[in-house]
Design a protein around this ligand. Structure first.
Ligand SMILES: Nc1ncnc2c1ncn2[C@@H]1O[C@H](COP(=O)(O)OP(=O)(O)OP(=O)(O)O)[C@@H](O)[C@H]1O
Ligand SMILES: [Mg+2]
Length: 311
């Protein structure tokens, strides 16, 4: 990211690290979260997402590096900084026998005094009823996640830090959460840092992405930039296969192609599908399928993070 934008970062870290015993859970991480944007921390289980968020919130002390929040370096517990942040890290201990309003008034009282207007506002924004009779134990997972966000929003923070807010939600629940977070960012001007282990949950939601793997930042870029990494390639089915491969390399001088399960994947796009089709045909090689494809982001993410267990 460009240096001249530095002023606008609501969260910035410089070589942030956390060591548990001899193990570094987070190593030299530089994060840049611009004001008013939604930033997704993406990484597999154990990548270090929760640890990073806990350090940002002062819930655990970093072992190395610096944290800047609202352009101020945080070196000790700073009430005037943390009161500008709402968070949901791991499930807060809501009372199972209380309604949303009752639960929020307990948390509100813990922060100082109960402000029913703020409770109502927070519940309105997340779409939970203020006068609802249902108690927490009767809530669906989506409602529980919404209540956690309402709780994070109660003191009208400028920055929200939400650890896996879409975890366990079904596709409709994820879409509703996406709408809610976008509304908080676009209409209420909030800066939002969220984490997820699934790239698909970040789609159409985040403006920026930081890909974390084994405690390291592998890539930090705008979502748009990440989208542009979806490399096109040509998928080709021919008979006979060996002759087609030989023709592609020896006659057409296409060097970058791979063969898997009887299909040729051409990554070097100097010829169009039409050209390849015509040339192979005139060499007496049959083409049963030729398509231009794009690698999806999920594959890119899998490649970056070692390829297994993410979806
Ligand atoms: N209190 C702790 N003591 C020792 N090791 C810890 C502690 N908390 C986290 N770790 C380790 O730090 C690493 C990162 O954990 P973290 O919870 O930050 O990952 P995560 O990305 O949030 O994973 P998940 O997707 O499973 O929530 C893991 O190897 C974990 O075992
Ligand atoms: Mg976690």
């Amino acid at each position: 990211m460009e240096d001249n934008l530095k002023q606008e970062y609501i969260i910035r870290t410089d070589k942030l690290g956390k060591r548990y015993g001899s193990q570094w859970a987070v190593r030299q991480i530089d994060i840049h979260v611009p004001a008013g944007q939604i930033y997704g921390l993406l990484g597999r289980n154990g990548a270090g997402k929760t640890t990073i968020m806990k350090m940002l919130l002062g819930l655990t002390k970093q072992s190395s590096g610096s944290i800047f929040l609202f352009r101020q370096e945080v070196t000790k517990y700073e009430e005037d900084i943390y009161c500008r942040i709402g968070s949901s890290i791991e499930t807060p201990g809501f009372y199972p026998n209380m309604t949303a309003k009752e639960n929020l008034s307990v948390f509100s009282r813990l922060r100082g005094k109960t402000d029913y207007r703020r409770i109502q506002n927070a519940l309105d924004v997340v779409g939970l009823p203020y006068h609802g009779k249902k108690v927490f134990a009767e809530y669906s997972l989506g409602m529980k996640q919404r209540l956690a966000i309402a709780n994070a929003m109660m003191n009208e923070p400028e920055l929200l830090i939400l650890d896996e807010p879409t975890n366990g939600l079904d596709p409709i629940g994820i879409a509703q959460m996406r709408t809610l977070l976008k509304e908080l960012s676009h209409n209420h001007g909030k800066t939002i840092l969220i984490s997820s282990h699934q790239l698909s949950e970040m789609e159409q939601l985040v403006d920026w992405v930081g890909i974390i793997h084994e405690g390291k930042m592998l890539e930090e870029c705008s979502y748009q930039e990440l989208k542009e990494k979806e490399h096109p390639y040509i998928r080709l089915k021919t008979a006979p296969l060996e002759q087609a491969c030989q023709y592609l390399s020896d006659v057409m001088h296409i060097n970058h192609f791979t063969v898997k399960d009887g299909t040729i994947f051409v990554h070097d796009l100097k010829y169009s599908t039409l050209d390849i089709n015509q040339k192979l045909f005139s060499a007496g090689i049959g083409v049963s399928e030729i398509t231009i494809c794009r690698d999806n982001l999920e594959n890119h993410f899998k490649e970056l993070t070692g390829g297994i267990g993410i979806a």
